[in-house]
Design a protein around this ligand. Sequence first.
Ligand SMILES: *Cc1c(COP(=O)(O)O)cnc(C)c1O
Length: 387
Amino acid sequence: QAYTSLEEPLTETTRMDRDHILLTPGPLTTTLRTKLAMLKDWGSWDTDFIAVTARVRAALLDIIHGADTHVLVPLQGSGTFSVEAAVATVVPRDGHVLVMDNGAYCKRAAKLTQLMGRRATVVPQAEEAPVSPAVLEQHLKSDASITHVVLIHCETGTGVLNPLPEIAALCQQHGKGLIVDAMSSFGALPIDAREVRFDALVAASGKCLEGVPGMGFVFLRKAILAGCAGQSQSLAMDLHDQHVYMEKTGQWRFTPPTHVLVALDEAIRQFQEEGGRTARLARYTQNYRVLVDGMAALGFKPFLRPEVQAPIIVTFHAPAHPNYEFRRFYEAAKARGFILYPGKLTQVETFRVGCIGAIGANEMRQAVAAVADTLREMGIPSGQPAN
Ligand SMILES: *Cc1c(COP(=O)(O)O)cnc(C)c1O
């Protein structure tokens, strides 16, 4: 509807008849094929739908080479539902979880752990850097009561990439369980279950696989499965129960998100056609480069150093110019067809731009042009931050 607004001057991009491009960390821009896959009703008990569930589960296991070591348990709901379910299923009620906190999603994981009655120790870390394996190891050595570590792979709050292989090796060495929130990295960044040991790894339909939002999924290590029985204090979020039922019947325990699943099935087909994870990472990396180079030319400065930045979402400092106001900036970019994302930092004013979704270098160039146009409209000569 933004394109028909009479207040907004029509630019080259706004004349195009297309959806807004979502430069967010989910929901993301999806392809027409993925959207069209949803135009059909499915019976949850029907053999055709059961086959889709089985196909998606197998395809997801393939992405991490996990068929020998892990099972894949899907769950209704947004990604957080699956993080919560993973913690409830994997951590005993008297367990003790260590959360290395370098951002908003770490804080969310710590909070849900505590709300479910599990003891949690939160170790504050700098937001602009990856969590420190050395600090993690100190805690594992000094507190024997710790049973599990929760790690956010790509901390979407800033875009920083945390060192999964190093943390996984330490957990294995010290005999601790590891739960990984790989929501914004799975499908793009490398995760190989043959090389990196984890008890649970969580992701969702509407992130780098470019499906629509509405279901999460958890890779559970086969060796810990039996011990998970009865640990969850929740009926709906018990992944062990969901797994047992699904193995027995091929069905989901409760009403499945049918349209979301068939859209994910179609999205995975396109993922495979594109060339799988490495091709997806290459496209996102190119999106990231086009974005940061284009924004740098406008004076904008990323919050993170490039060495610690994942090519998933970029946090930019807000321009120092007094005319800047995020809400106006957002609305003006939206009128040009691009949906930006607010910052999530408390100390510095920032905004975020996602590099993921069914978009490529062209869309990123158009996004930068829309931002340039937006700055002109707001009378801001440069995106230069305060210092
Ligand atoms: C998107 C995301 C989630 C899940 O968020 P929902 O809003 O519940 O889908 C969890 N962790 C990370 C790191 C994410 O990027």
